[in-house]
Ligand binder design. Structure first.
Ligand SMILES: CC(C)=CCC/C(C)=C/CC/C(C)=C/CC/C(C)=C/COP(=O)(O)OP(=O)(O)O
Length: 431
């Protein structure tokens, strides 16, 4: 039996005394209901959050109820043993989305854009050439480590392109802390120092050339520090955690290490002036692309990760499928594994679908590279299927020929203008 606890509450503001709250914030309206088993479920009233957006997407692609029960794309509010409500990862992440959207909304007004141009003019000539050098170095790093991505950035305007390089280089350096050659020496305190340094970058006190480029970028574009800090948090998580209890935990990890990249990129890539979409719906799409990419990466690298003692798959879903870590370490493709993988791939594709709606809303020059990366990364999922789900010993990859074929398709899609596409409905009022 379900007991209705509150009428309309915003999930962001739910706390242990949530029953008394009745708030409407940024269009997120929910009814919370506590069930006999102590779980508290939310139900959307009018406007959606990414959680519910993903759920409605599930419904719209006609997936059966059974599948929706077994394969969460989101999680419910859960009361812990102290009776407090634990806020699911997606709500926590959505708070960051709203903050980013607010910053960009400011810029979408002409006044803010004009102020930005004025600020860009005040640069000393000597400093300018050093800065250009710093950006060129970022471009070189980007070209060296991510060739396809680098080529994509060449399609953007020069200002945007170099800002994306600076962000890419910072992400790469952050990732190298836990994945690079010195990874075994990295401690949480090293990450704390990296975070302090990040604050200096945002405060206009860069330590080195590469930092200087990022410092300039964050001064020019409405990029907030939170996604950067969250990415460092993802590295902390990677240091101390090698198992994920459920999809909610995995989702948070994917947000930290990849969803953040989407949030960092949108303010630089820009939203098309003729876009009718809400800023937060574009951010949701960017977040979804980061999550989709990371889920794909995880599914591709199951064997490789297992050899490092890591399993980035929801433990509860493995158990439901009759599988355990031992099966993963044994690396045998069985029917149970195939079924499990089918569902994981399905979910990753839903995040790609969710991302698609936002790409069209981006500024014209940014659409092609983003479409290309979306189509190419999604193809890795097809390749896992083509390998008969053997992601233990075979690395799914997209051949050069397929990559080349995807480019004109991506170009064709990038020509679709935002005004011809109805904005994503999930974050828009329905009535
Ligand atoms: C959709 C909209 C509105 C905007 C686009 C926003 C963007 C750019 C989102 C993409 C975010 C992104 C690139 C996340 C990183 C994901 C990821 C798994 C990267 C993997 O990096 P590597 O580990 O170097 O991958 P490979 O091993 O495949 O080379």
């Amino acid at each position: 039996m379900a007991v209705a606890l509150a009428r309309v509450v915003s999930p962001m503001e739910i706390s242990s005394n949530f029953c008394s709250l009745e708030t409407i914030r940024e269009g997120g309206r929910f009814v919370c209901t506590r069930y006999d088993d102590g779980r508290i479920r939310k139900k959307k009233l009018r406007w959606g959050l990414p959680t519910l957006y993903a759920n409605s997407k599930l419904a719209s692609v006609g997936l059966e109820a059974e599948y929706m029960r077994n394969l969460p794309v989101s999680s419910s509010f859960v009361a812990n043993s102290a009776g407090e409500v634990v806020i699911p990862s997606e709500q926590r992440v959505y708070d960051v989305v709203l903050k980013q959207a607010a910053l960009v909304n400011e810029l979408r007004s002409n006044r803010a854009a004009a102020a930005l141009e004025e600020r860009a003019d005040v640069v000393l000539p000597g400093a300018l050439s050093l800065l250009n050098e710093a950006y060129d170095r970022c471009g070189e790093v980007c070209a060296e480590y991510a060739k396809t991505f680098y080529l994509g950035t060449l399609l953007m305007t020069p200002e945007r392109r170099r800002a994306i390089w600076a962000i890419y280089v910072w992400c790469r350096r952050t990732d190298e802390l836990v994945d690079g050659p010195n990874a075994s020496h990295i401690t949480p305190s090293a990450l704390d120092r990296w975070e302090a340094r990040l604050e200096d970058v945002f405060g206009g006190r860069p330590y080195d050339m590469l930092d200087a480029a990022l410092s300039d970028t964050v001064g020019k574009f409405p990029v907030d520090i939170q996604p950067f800090k969250d990415m460092i948090e993802g590295m902390r998580m990677d240091l101390k955690k090698s198992r994920y209890k459920n999809f909610d935990e995995l989702y948070l990890y994917c947000y930290y290490v990849a969803g953040t990249v989407g949030l960092m990129s949108v303010p630089v890539m820009g939203i098309a002036p003729d876009s009718q979409a809400t800023t937060e719906s574009v951010y949701n799409a960017a977040l979804a692309l980061g999550i989709a990419n990371q889920l794909t990466n995880i599914l591709r690298d199951v064997g490789e990760d297992a050899r490092r003692g890591r399993v980035y798959l929801p433990q509860d879903e493995l158990a439901q499928a009759g599988l355990s870590d031992e099966d993963i370490f044994a690396g045998k493709v069985t029917d149970k594994w195939r079924n499990f993988m089918r569902n994981q791939i399905k979910r990753a594709r839903l995040f790609f679908d969710q991302a698609e709606s936002g790409v069209t809303q981006l500024s014209e020059a940014s659409r092609w590279p983003v479409w290309a990366s979306l189509l190419l990364y999604r193809k890795i999922l097809d390749e896992i299927e083509a390998n008969d789900y053997n992601n233990f010993t075979k690395r799914a990859y997209v051949s050069k020929a397929k990559k080349l074929l995807a480019l004109p398709v991506a170009y064709g899609r990038s020509l679709i203008r935002p005004s011809r596409t109805p904005p994503p409905t999930s974050t828009k009022p329905s009535g």
